[in-house]
Design a binder for this molecule. Structure first.
Ligand code: NDP
Length: 285
C-alpha cells in the first residue's frame, strides 16, 4: 500500500507574529478531522512580502492568513479580492481557486458570528459604538453596517484616521455611521446596545492598559465586546463584568474567523468546539 508522507500546508504570515495563537486552533482542527494538514506561523517582514507570496504559490500552500502589517499590502499580490474584502479594504485570509489566490476578509464575519452564536445577539436594529479605526474596526464596522445596525458611532484617538474611515464606509455601505474624537474619557451613550473595543489597548504585553471609558450612563442591557485575543480576559472586560454587563471576548472572534477560513481551505465544517478548547487551554494560567 503506497503511503503519502507529504502534508498540505496553510500559513500565517505577519511581523510581529510570535504571539499569534491561530496555529494552536487550526492544527487542533486538522487533527480532530484526521487531515494530514499543518498550519505554520512565519515571521515575514514587509520587505519580503512579495517574495513570500511567490513562495506561497511555489510551495502550493492551500491557504494563508495575513496579519499585521500585511493586510492591505497583500492585496496587490493576489489574483482577485472578494467584493466584501474590497469594501473593507483589507485581506486577512487567502484561499485557492486552482492556481489563483483569492483574498477574503473573515475578521468582521467572525465577529458577527460570535455575536450571534456566543452572545445570542443579532446586530440588526441595534446601536453600536466601535472604539478604534484600524483594520479590525474597519472590518467590524463594515459587517455591522451590512447586517443592518440602526446606528454605528466610531470613536478614535486620531481624528483624521477615524473621519476618513467613517466617510469612506458610510459612502460605500449607505449605513448611518458617525465619528467622534476620543475625549479624555468616552461616556457610553445610554441608548448603546453594543460597545466594541476594536483598538489594540490591553493587548499583551500591555495587559494593564484599558480604553478610557465612562460607564455612568451605560444601560444594563449593554453587551461589551473586546477584540483583543491575548489575554482573553482584558481589564476592559473585567470593568464591564464588575458592572454586571454581558461580555464577549476576543477569542470568540478569533475562533469564528478561523472557522470560516478553515471551511474555505478544506471545504469541511470546522470543529468549532475543538478550536475553542485548544485556545482556552493555550491561554490557561
Ligand atoms: P491597527 O494598528 O490597524 O489599529 C489600532 C487601533 O487602536 C487604532 O484605532 C489606534 O488609534 C488604536 N489605539 C492603539 N493604541 C491606542 C491608545 N493608546 N489609545 C487610543 N487608541 C489606541 O490594529 P488592528 O485594527 O489590526 O488590531 C487592533 C486589535 O484587534 C489588536 O489587538 C488585534 O490583536 C485585534 N484583532 C483581533 C482579531 C480577533 O480575531 N480577535 C482579529 C484582528 C485583530 P489611532 O488611529 O489613534 O492610532
Amino acid at each position: 500500500m503506497p503511503k503519502d508522507f507529504t502534508s498540505e500546508l496553510v500559513a500565517c504570515l505577519g511581523d510581529p507574529v510570535r504571539e499569534n495563537p491561530t496555529g494552536v486552533m487550526q492544527n487542533a482542527a486538522f487533527r480532530a478531522l484526521g487531515l494530514q494538514w499543518q498550519y505554520l506561523t512565519i515571521e515575514v517582514t514587509p520587505a519580503n512580502l512579495g517574495d513570500a507570496i511567490v513562495g506561497v504559490r511555489a510551495l502550493g500552500l492551500r491557504g494563508a492568513n495575513f496579519t499585521i502589517p500585511h493586510k492591505v499590502a497583500v492585496m496587490q499580490h493576489l489574483d482577485r479580492v472578494a467584493p466584501d474584502a474590497a469594501l473593507i479594504g483589507a485581506v486577512n485570509t487567502v484561499r485557492r481557486e486552482g492556481d489563483l489566490l483569492i483574498g477574503e476578509n473573515t475578521d468582521g464575519k467572525g465577529f458577527l458570528r460570535g455575536l450571534r452564536l456566543d452572545a445570542g445577539i443579532d446586530p440588526a436594529g441595534k446601536n453600536a459604538v466601535v472604539l478604534g479605526a484600524g483594520g479590525a474596526a474597519r472590518a467590524i464596522v463594515t459587517e455591522l453596517a451590512l447586517a443592518g445596525a440602526a446606528g454605528i458611532l466610531v470613536v478614535n484617538r486620531t481624528p483624521e484616521r477615524g473621519e476618513s474611515m467613517v466617510s469612506e464606509l458610510a459612502g460605500r455601505t449607505g449605513a448611518p455611521i458617525r465619528f467622534e474624537t476620543w475625549p479624555a474619557s468616552f461616556r457610553v451613550p445610554p441608548d448603546t446596545d453594543l460597545l466594541v473595543n476594536a483598538t489594540s489597548i490591553g493587548l499583551y504585553p500591555e495587559v494593564t492598559a484599558r480604553p478610557p471609558v465612562d460607564w455612568s450612563e451605560a444601560s444594563g442591557r449593554l453587551l461589551v465586546c473586546d477584540v483583543v485575543p491575548n489575554p482573553p480576559e482584558t481589564r476592559f472586560l473585567q470593568e464591564a463584568r464588575d458592572r454586571r454587563l454581558q461580555v464577549l471576548d476576543g477569542l470568540s472572534m478569533l475562533v469564528h474567523q478561523g472557522a470560516i477560513g478553515f471551511q474555505m481551505w478544506t471545504g469541511l465544517d470546522a470543529p468549532v468546539d475543538v478550536m475553542q478548547q485548544a485556545l482556552r487551554e493555550a491561554f490557561a494560567p
